[in-house]
Ligand binder design. Structure first.
Ligand code: ZN
Length: 149
């Protein structure tokens, strides 16, 4: 099977039918993200208990890449500690900014490599990283809007 095709399917699937969409009842962290370059806007809700991300949901108006990234991120986050969530951000950001190669991504994050293909379209990298920047703001419990610019 052609892996790049599989990854493409994954983005299309999450872009069209995003998971974890909606307000999260009982959330205790929240942040907004805005990418003026594309117009992506999203609000991320987290429920953090005992230092662990128990649940994550988002609402927004965003392009397919941003929506897919948010959908995959919220799936990935559940059950991770705050420290692990920050580590996921760092790895993902390193991947998207070309600091690490696909091979250097931890195996547990290999689904996120689907978004790595976006690197070939520099204008769209911020679409993919916006939900993750918003994640850090939510973990820091900042209520202001994060901008990619
Ligand atoms: Zn976008």
């Amino acid at each position: 099977m052609d892996l790049s095709e599989l990854y493409q399917d994954l983005i299309l699937d999450h872009g069209k039918r995003p998971r974890n969409v909606g307000e999260l009842p009982g959330h205790n962290r929240e942040a907004q993200g805005f990418n003026p370059l594309c117009g992506d806007k999203l609000t991320l809700y987290l429920r953090v208990d005992d230092g662990k991300v128990k649940d994550a949901k988002f609402v927004g108006k965003s392009c397919a890449i941003c929506t897919a990234s948010a959908s995959m991120m919220t799936e990935e986050l559940a059950g991770h500690s705050e420290a692990e969530a920050r580590e996921l951000f760092t790895r993902f950001h390193d991947l998207m900014t070309g600091k690490i190669t696909d091979e250097q991504m931890p195996e547990s994050m290999d689904r996120l490599l689907a978004l790595g293909g976006v690197r070939r379209f520099p204008m769209r990298v911020k679409c993919a990283t916006l939900p993750w920047h918003t994640l850090i703001a939510a973990l820091d419990n900042q209520h202001q809007t994060v901008k990619t610019e």
